[in-house]
Every structure is written in C-alpha cells, then in structure tokens.
Write a protein that binds this ligand. Structure first.
Ligand SMILES: Nc1nc2c(ncn2[C@@H]2O[C@H](COP(=O)(O)OP(=O)(O)O[C@H]3O[C@H](CO)[C@@H](O)[C@H](O)[C@@H]3O)[C@@H](O)[C@H]2O)c(=O)[nH]1
Length: 394
C-alpha cells in the first residue's frame, strides 16, 4: 500500500479509549509505518504505548496548534495530512496547508452535525472545509445534511469505522468477568461506551428497573468512563439495587471478555442538547455483533446503520423514555433462541461488511489522490442493502 509522507493530526489516540481513538488507531496501524508521523495529545501511559509503535508519535499538551508545525513538516518531508476529527480540528486545516502540506484529508464522526446545527460553529466549519481535498463521513443517512451544510466546498467521501472480527469473536471465555463482578449465572446485558449523556445510559438504567422485576436473576453491566460515571453508579444503586454494575474503564485486553460474558448488548443512544449531540455510527455496537451478541440500539444520527433492524438486533427510540427499550430487552431475555439467532446473524454481517483493511485502503487512496473504485462518494456504501448480502447473512 503506497501513501505519501503523511502527518496524522489527531486529538484522539490510544491509550485513551473512545470511538475516534479506535477509528484513528485501527486505520493508522494499517498504513505503511515508514510514511507516518502522528501528532497526538499527551495521555497517561502514552510513553509506554508509543514506545512499542513502528512510527513516531509527537505528544502535545492541550490543543494541537503549535509553532513548530512548519519545522516538523519540513524535517519529515511531509506531503499529505489527515486530520482525524473535523470537529474541532478542521480549524487547523488552513495552518496545516500554510505549513506546506500539499494534500489534506479530514474525517467527520457525527459530532459535526451538531456543529452545523448552530450558526457560529457552522460558519467556522464551512470556512475551514475549503482547505481539505476531501472530508470523510460515516453514514448514508447523515450524508444529505452534511452535503447541504458544506454546500460543495469540498468533496465528501464515505469512510466509516469497522470492527476487528479476530479480536471480537464468539467463543471467548467470559467466566472470569462474571466472577469478577459477581454476576451469577443469569442473563447479562452489556453496554460499552464513553459515559456521556447522548449514549442514553440513564434511560437504560430506568428500563432496567422494569426488566429486573420480571427477571430478578438478570444483571446489567455498563463499561466505560466519562463525566456520567458517578451519576450512573448512584442511579443504578437507587433504581435497581444489586443488579447494575458500572465498571469504569476496562483494559483493551479485557474488553473482548466483557462481550463474552454477556448475552445481549444495549446502546440506547439518542440525540442530546436539541440535536447538537448526535451519534455518528457506534463502533461498540459492531464489536458486540462481531462477538455474536444481539444488539438493542437507540435511533440517533447514523446509529441505525450499526445494525440490521430485526436481523442482527432491534432499533428503538430511546428519546421518548424507557418503555420501548425495556420491552425490547425483556423480549430478548425471554427468548434466548431468537437472541442467539440475531447474534449469529450479527457475527456473519460484521465479518462480511465491516473490514478495517478495506477502510484503510480507502484512506490510503484518499491520501494519494487516487480514484476510490467500487464505491464512489456520490453513491455511499449502504451496509446491508446489497442484494448479495442476504445470502451472506444467511
Ligand atoms: N478498552 C476500552 N475501550 C472502551 C471503553 N469504553 C469505550 N471503549 C471503546 O471506545 C469505542 C467507542 O466507540 P463508539 O461506540 O463508536 O463511540 P464514540 O466514542 O462516541 O465514537 C464516535 O466516533 C466513532 C468513530 O467514527 C463513531 O462510530 C461514534 O458513533 C461516535 O461518533 C469502542 O471501540 C469501545 O470499545 C473502555 O472502558 N475500555
């Protein structure tokens, strides 16, 4: 895979967990290491993490705009740039250009929709968009709004995340996780996400009070870190005492085992702050499907494209309260055969449709300025809609 010498400017990079971090990491590690320079924020444990990487990472404290950019670009003979999250880092695009970077690609993750829905940030993003050769987007369903907001200022190309189906797979042993959190032998519902409001964990815990009334042996496990950690822990203790575990952050090694310990995955995301916060796609939903779990997902932004409603899981509207979610969870727990069938279809679907290698090839082509081939930007790939897909999912 050929790429020009590329500067990756990112505000989201491991070991910090999160969706843009996963997206950036899974793509960067597939690009030719000798052509890369990554500029990322400082983070606890970053020095140990970076020491094992085959490409250099420059860590910066706070925001990434810095005086040495021009020098760095010259010293590493950088030809191309990738700004991994347009909100807010698109603002750097004119400076990156001015530092001598010839070709520039930026990626959007759903948050940009919120930026476009408010006048000041909309103007700022529109102004910066012209500095990119291409901006990437995640989903077919959110493309029209993005196109409209950008008004043709740059080319829009689909580049969605994917899932590592070797790391997340059925058949792993979740016993140690069940023991660690004293989950017993009943069904476990799992949620994995940064703990921010739009992920809908509060609605999940409220729904859980209803679920556990009918299934007292069921347990809810919420994995992740974020500003809602304490509130959710308290809400769980108050609403459904003894049946909700909020773990806080877990290690990358343990994460697949949490999926293995579970029977159902739930991410009842919803638009928040009057549409200023919206879901881009949902990588943890893909991880759950790859692990063979049925998924229950809330409708927000591109989230409907992270499952096949009725085939790999159930799409709910979590913005109207917990009832629809509680019913979907209850039905899955009451019918393990159906739950297993949805999970198995999810596994086949993610293996057939969601490949990081394919995404990395697309990114490499964008950085080179080569044609993209099969799926061009005006006809975005719509997972699950190809005629061939039905036979692959079985
Ligand atoms: N190891 C570990 N990983 C975690 C933890 N909590 C979350 N993660 C990981 O963090 C990622 C969460 O990604 P998303 O579910 O996609 O949500 P996001 O952080 O809001 O990401 C944003 O960008 C994504 C990439 O484009 C979008 O898919 C997503 O919708 C959203 O816009 C997943 O890979 C999940 O496994 C944790 O405690 N530990």
């Amino acid at each position: 895979m050929e790429i020009p010498r590329t500067l990756v400017l990112t505000g989201h990079f491991p070991p910090e967990p999160g969706g843009v971090q996963t997206f950036t990491w899974e793509l960067v590690r597939r690009l030719p290491a000798d052509r890369l320079l990554v500029v990322a924020p400082a983070w606890a444990g970053a020095a140990e993490f970076d020491a094992g990487l085959p490409f250099p990472v420059v860590r910066r404290r706070g925001y990434l705009l810095f005086r040495g950019l021009r020098r760095l670009v010259a010293r590493h003979r950088i030809d191309a740039g990738w700004i991994t999250a347009a909100a807010p880092f698109a603002m750097y695009a004119p400076f990156v250009r001015a530092a001598g970077v010839g070709r520039l690609v930026g990626s959007t993750h759903g948050q940009e929709l919120g930026w476009f829905r408010a006048a000041p940030t909309r103007a700022a993003l529109r102004a910066a968009a012209g500095s990119f050769d291409a901006l990437t987007h995640l989903c077919a369903s959110t493309l029209p709004e993005l196109e409209d907001a950008l008004g043709g200022r740059t080319r829009l190309v689909r580049l969605a995340g994917a899932v590592d189906t070797g790391r997340f797979r059925p058949g792993l042993d979740g016993t140690a996780i069940r023991r660690r959190h004293a989950l017993g032998t009943g069904p476990v519902v799992l949620s994995v996400a940064r703990l921010v409001r739009r992920k809908g964990h509060d609605t999940l815990i409220r729904a859980w009070a209803d679920v556990v009334r009918r299934r007292p042996d069921a347990r809810l496990v919420i994995v992740g870190d974020g500003p809602m950690l304490r509130r959710l822990t308290e809400l769980g203790d108050r609403t459904a005492p003894g049946s909700v575990t909020v773990t806080g952050p877990v290690s990358a090694d343990d994460l697949p085992l949490y999926y293995a310990a579970a029977d159902v995955f739930a991410l009842p995301c919803r638009d928040d702050r009057r549409g200023l916060q919206t879901e881009g796609l949902g990588l943890s939903t893909l991880e759950a499907s790859a692990s063979g779990l049925p998924v229950v997902v809330g409708r927000s932004g591109g989230s409907p494209e992270s499952l096949v409603d009725g085939r790999t899981g159930v799409l709910v509207d979590a913005s109207r309260g917990p009832d629809e979610l509680a019913l979907a969870l209850h039905r899955l727990l009451a019918d393990p055969g159906r739950a297993r069938a949805l999970g198995a279809a999810g596994r086949r679907w993610t293996c057939a449709e969601w490949s990081w290698d394919g995404a990395a090839d697309r990114l490499a082509a964008l950085l080179r300025g080569s044609p993209l081939g099969a799926h061009d930007e005006r006809e975005p790939h719509r997972p699950g809609t190809e005629p061939a897909w039905d036979s692959r999912i079985g």
